[in-house]
Design a protein around this ligand. Structure first.
Ligand code: F6P
Length: 297
């Protein structure tokens, strides 16, 4: 949107493999929300004599790249989001690192839960998908995992916590996705009224709601922790470092071959490319993982 560009030389991108975030200081924005936005992007791209644009991001970023193709933008997509919610790729990069950070944090939270005999509710990001909650929940031995893909019954959760106490289990660990939905309550729990530029609500607060309800219903001391942006920060895991290197090289191959409006993706152990339009369809938790998460709840 703004002709604010940084030429990247080898020197500038050297020694970056262990760094998270972006040195370009880019973040999601929606040119279609601004009068003349797409035309402005095209003008800036033309003035900068861009051969192609590599759009690194999730559903919203890829969606904009795809829509701009109709305006003549030559774009290639690279699937980056902690949410892991893009169709047509087995994994998005960022996801594995986020899960590992969550597991590390939950292991630490477990210490207080066990020694103080409390119910600990941990809220993790993931928007409308329960990938992070399920992977982090299974890997950290959570007793209850709550995901957006399946509404949960608040009373049933409280009863399960009480039943654990009755059975002599003095610690209960609950991992809740920020997008988890309570049965008979409308919508998700949000931390702000406004929607973002892409029409998404700002999720947050389900953990706090759960903790209050559980404490009221069971009289057991309960605490909630929101992991939030902690999951998006710090140093990436080796898996993500290798994956983003492979995807980055594949993206450059697509540019060199002039194959635009396509996104690079991981399928099995192969890097392939897929149409961006297909790729932006949401990928929710698959049934097998959903039932695995349920099995341990
Ligand atoms: O899409 C990635 C994500 O981290 C979601 O898991 C989360 O809901 C959202 O972004 C938070 O966005 P922001 O940093 O703009 O609040």
């Amino acid at each position: 949107m703004e002709p604010d560009m940084i030429p990247l030389s080898y020197d500038q991108v050297a020694d970056m493999v262990s760094v998270g975030g972006t040195i370009l200081l880019t973040s999601r924005t929606n040119p279609f929300k601004k009068e003349g936005g797409p035309q402005l992007v095209m003008k800036n791209a033309k003035d900068a004599r861009l051969d192609a644009l590599v759009a690194i991001g999730g559903e919203d970023t890829q969606g904009v790249a795809h829509k701009l193709a109709a305006f003549g933008l030559k774009a290639v997509g690279v699937p980056k989001t902690i949410d892991n919610d893009l169709s047509e790729t087995d994994v998005t990069f960022g996801f594995d690192s986020a899960v590992n950070v969550a597991v590390d944090a939950i292991d630490r939270i477990r210490t207080t839960g066990m020694s103080h005999e409390r119910v600990m509710v941990v809220e993790v990001m993931g928007r409308d998908a329960g990938w992070i909650a399920t992977h982090a929940g299974i890997a950290s031995g959570a007793h209850i995992i709550l995901v957006p893909e399946e509404e949960f019954d608040m009373e049933a959760v409280c009863e399960a916590v009480a039943a654990r106490k009755k059975a002599g289990k003095n610690f209960t660990l609950i991992v809740a996705a920020e997008g988890a939905r309570v049965k008979r309550k409308q919508g998700q729990v949000t931390s702000a009224q406004e929607l973002d530029q892409f029409g998404h609500p700002k999720l947050g607060g389900i953990g706090h709601l759960l903790a209050g309800e559980i404490e009221n219903a069971t009289r057991l001391e309960t605490r909630d922790v929101v992991l939030g942006h902690t999951l998006r920060g710090g140093s990436p895991m080796a898996f993500d470092r290798v994956l983003c290197t492979r995807l980055g090289v594949a993206a450059m191959d697509l540019v060199m071959k002039g194959r635009f409006d396509r996104m690079v993706a991981l399928k099995g152990n192969k890097i392939v490319d897929v149409g961006i339009e297909e790729a932006i369809k949401p990928k929710l938790l698959d049934k097998e993982l959903l039932s695995l998460g349920r099995m341990f709840s």
